[in-house]
Design a protein around this ligand. Structure first.
Ligand code: OSB
Ligand code: MG
Length: 374
């Protein structure tokens, strides 16, 4: 990573943003129809760097929420960089270690610094992080549908759009029947499931029955804190396990791999605290022969562009959840639009994330603005 340039951050602008989703997204932990997030702009030396905080409204996917990220940013994280002469991403990453947890808040700052530094250096962020791909392979994450028939139709629509992997959200009671119907209708599609921790070891029989569907992997079947239980479960399944919620650091990733708890890892920049930790997880996984892929949090353009940048690293060898922005939103806050064709999304080639804010659109979806200075 290039990190030799020291940036001076003069001002931070935090926008509260609300964007209606084109579909209601239902998981085992809840349902949403509006994407609410904090958008961070760091300004200094005539450049802006942008980061999207992926904390959600409620503490259901992660303990962090919009209303916990705000004071952590204002009171602990932004003061580490505002007015300081050494606001490089790695200096921030190091200084922010004193703050435990709160990784989504940290990632928003680290992403904005990474974007700012790459822009100042005139290089694409993906390349600055070690990325080698010109385009990334993408799949879709499909929420839990009301019926088996709706599920099959939704899969049909996305297979026709060329997505390279279909991931179905599942929960106890809305799993086997849907999988059976989808696998029968699409014998060759690359298929996965994501339970968001909705099962226990008592459900091992049900989870084992999914072996018949030749899933590429099963994502986070068990409790987010129980890596050992995943290792136990793995012994009884043919289907490989992929961990999402359980992996928050490179140390945790190494431990999970050593325990046999996962054969695949979903990396989300927000969940792990920024690009630097995402790269470290990528590196330990790659050294262990464990493929990774980039997850999603229904991001708008800035968060999506950061996802595309990290997914350009070589170890991201499975299709991720970074599907086309137009699937989610009528209009996005950045240009060029982040769109996949035939399941391939080009990695922007401009400096930083390679996307530019559309001030008119951003103005329409911003509900509040706060400014922070040293
Ligand atoms: O578990 O991967 C998840 C969205 C919000 C919270 C958790 C998850 C998801 C998704 C959506 O699966 C992925 C996307 O389309 O951005
Ligand atoms: Mg997941």
């Amino acid at each position: 990573m290039i990190d030799n340039r020291k940036m001076r951050v003069e001002c931070a602008v935090l926008r509260h943003v609300e964007m209606p989703l084109k579909f209601r997204f239902r998981t085992s932990f809840g349902e949403t129809g509006v994407k609410k997030f904090l958008l961070l702009e760091l300004r200094g030396e005539g450049i802006s760097g942008w980061g999207e905080c992926v904390a959600e409204e409620g503490p259901f996917y992660s303990p962090e929420t919009l209303s916990t990220a705000l004071p952590i940013l204002a009171e602990y994280l932004l003061p580490l960089i505002l007015g300081k002469a050494v606001a490089s991403p790695s200096a921030f990453d190091e200084a922010a270690k004193r703050v435990r947890g709160n990784r989504m808040a940290k990632a928003a700052v680290e992403c904005a610094l990474q974007d700012m530094l790459a822009r100042a250096s005139g290089v694409p962020l993906g390349r600055a992080l070690g990325g080698t791909r010109e385009a990334i392979e993408v799949g879709v994450s499909l929420g839990i549908s009301p019926t088996v028939q709706d599920t099959v139709e939704n899969v049909r629509k996305h297979v026709a759009q060329g997505y390279r992997r279909i991931k179905l959200k599942i929960e106890p009671g809305r799993d086997f029947d849907r999988l059976a119907a989808v696998r029968e209708a699409f014998p060759d599609v690359t298929l996965t499931v994501d339970a968001n921790a909705a099962y226990t070891l008592a459900d091992a029989g049900t989870l084992r029955s999914f072996d018949a569907f030749r899933l590429d992997y099963m994502e986070q079947p068990l409790h987010h804190e129980d890596v050992v239980a995943h290792a136990e479960l793995a012994k009884t399944l043919k289907t490989p396990i992929c961990l999402d919620e359980s992996i928050r650091s490179a140390a945790g990733a190494s431990a999970a791999i050593a325990l046999g708890a996962c054969k695949v890892i979903n990396i989300k920049i927000g969940r792990v605290g920024g690009h630097a930790e995402a790269v470290r997880i990528h590196d330990v996984a790659r050294a262990a022969g464990v493929p990774v892929w980039c997850g999603g949090m229904l991001e708008a353009g800035i968060g999506r562009a950061h996802n595309v940048a990290i997914a350009s690293l070589p170890g991201f060898s499975k299709p991720g959840d970074t599907s086309s922005s137009s699937r989610y939103f009528e209009e996005d806050i950045v240009t060029p639009a982040l769109e996949a064709t035939d399941g391939l999304m080009p990695v922007p080639t401009g400096p930083g994330t390679g996307v530019t804010i559309r001030p008119d659109v951003l103005g329409r979806v911003t509900t509040a603005i706060q400014e922070f200075r040293a």
